[in-house]
Design a protein around this ligand. Structure first.
Ligand SMILES: Cc1ncc(COP(=O)(O)O)c(C=O)c1O
Length: 424
């Protein structure tokens, strides 16, 4: 690899655009609420969008809008833009363009892949899921199990550490396992899982590995070769793009999968995975989001490829996120009555934190914060099992996530707001 994270850290992140410069790309950050500039901590639910992404979408709709594969310029331009988007995501995932397909969102893509895989599975076959996962990577497989008479095994979450119970994971996989479904990072607790380790265990038994990288991809650049997964799904709206899902699938699998499709539609991968007319403008916008992230790499860190620029940008943004995470973690921990969940900052994790304040319902906490222009999320975020295991079903969790535009000042405002609520 030609980039050097240590050197970048030493350069004090000057190799990536400053937070101030990054912020200038996001019109949403000019919003005021109740006399305060809005601080968006709702990134794990969906991030704000830079101008370049919205412009790419409107440029497509105004100047290139057409259906595919016809003999006139706008149709040919659409074909070309979709191809370029696949190439962009090939750099994002570290795979081939033919291994990239698009869909409505991660959940819909996962149902679709499940339906295809399930055609070859029968009673006695097993799927391993985890308690830490968003239900998009759990209930999709539970539904398939209902349809096909399959057995589900669920790996335990260790609530004290916010990490998976790896002994339980090892014992859940056996020669009947057809699929291991695992999240690369938890959208509720920020935990980053060792996907490669899970993949190696699953592959020993010939099982496939389906990775939910929706939360992960906003913080870490996926590398499907390094993760050794068979499928990896993410959603562009979590990393500064529009509402659309993207899937990596191993080339031979995408070509051979018995996927439900219309007879006249192309049978070539990756098109055979995509049903009906695609969200062209969304695909173009998603690629623009990846290019936006790559373009954050500054002189001296551009690398010679888009993948290298992405690596440099993500490495620098990760270091920035780590600083904000420490500030958040320490600030929240110091407040009496606040309980913070998930792995300690020195463990593999993203800069997303969930907490409770005394026994105040999470929605009430977020409403108080809104008065200060601080936008956070509450509830279970569809990571319902995590919230059940933490015993917080009634109260819910307050979730705050740092994004590339988050500042230390915003984190301080958040902590002040929580302190005030905890005092009341
Ligand atoms: C970790 C995780 N997985 C899956 C999903 C579902 O993604 P989508 O909304 O694209 O279906 C989400 C959405 O919040 C998520 O955070």
């Amino acid at each position: 690899m030609s980039f050097n994270v240590a050197a970048m850290n030493n350069n004090n992140l000057s190799s990536v655009a400053s937070t101030e410069e990054i912020r200038s790309h996001f019109p949403a950050l000019n919003r005021q609420y109740n006399g305060h500039p809005v601080a968006y901590f709702d990134g794990p639910g969906g991030t704000q969008v830079p101008r370049a992404v919205a412009e790419a979408i409107s440029d497509y709709l105004f100047h290139h809008n057409a259906n595919t594969h016809w003999a006139y310029p706008t149709s040919a331009e659409t074909d070309q833009l979709l191809l370029e988007a696949r190439e962009t995501f090939a750099d994002f995932f570290n795979c081939e363009a033919s291994e990239v397909s698009f869909g409505a969102n991660m959940t819909t893509i996962t149902f679709h892949i499940g339906r295809a895989l399930g055609r070859g599975w029968n009673p006695g076959d097993e799927i391993v899921i985890t308690e830490l996962d968003h239900h998009a990577n759990a209930d999709t497989w539970r539904e398939l199990a209902k349809d096909r008479g399959l057995t589900i095994r669920t790996v335990k979450l260790l609530t004290e550490t916010g990490q998976l119970d790896w002994d339980d994971l090892e014992s859940a996989i056996n020669r009947n396992t057809k699929l291991m479904a695992i999240g690369a990072a938890s959208n509720a607790l920020g935990t980053i899982n060792d996907v490669q380790r899970a993949a190696r265990l699953a592959h020993e038994f010939g099982a496939l590995v389906y990775v939910d990288a929706v939360h992960y991809a906003s913080h870490e650049l996926p590398d499907v070769r390094e993760l050794e997964c068979d499928f990896l799904a993410c959603s562009a709206y979590k990393f500064y793009g529009p509402h659309i899902g993207v899937l990596y699938g191993r080339g031979d699998l995408l070509q051979s999968l018995d996927v439900p499709k219309l007879q006249p539609a192309s049978n070539e991968a990756p098109d055979r995975l995509e049903t009906g007319t695609q969200n062209h403008e969304g695909i173009v916008g998603a690629a623009a989001a990846v290019n936006f992230l790559a373009a954050l790499a500054k002189e001296g860190a551009e690398g010679s490829t888009r993948r290298e620029r992405l690596q440099n940008s993500f490495a620098a943004l990760h270091s920035r996120g780590d600083e904000l995470l420490k500030q958040l973690w320490e600030g929240l921990h110091a407040i009496e009555g606040v309980t913070v969940f998930g792995p300690e900052p020195n463990q593999p994790r993203t800069s997303t934190i969930s907490f409770t304040v005394k026994d105040i319902p999470s929605e009430e906490v977020t409403k108080h914060l809104v008065e200060r222009g601080v936008f956070t999320s509450h509830g279970d975020f569809y990571a319902q099992t995590v919230v059940e295991r933490l015993g917080k079903v009634e109260q819910g969790l307050v979730r705050v996530g740092c994004a590339c535009y988050t500042t230390a000042d915003e984190v301080a405002r958040l902590i002040d707001g929580v302190r005030e609520i905890a005092k009341s």
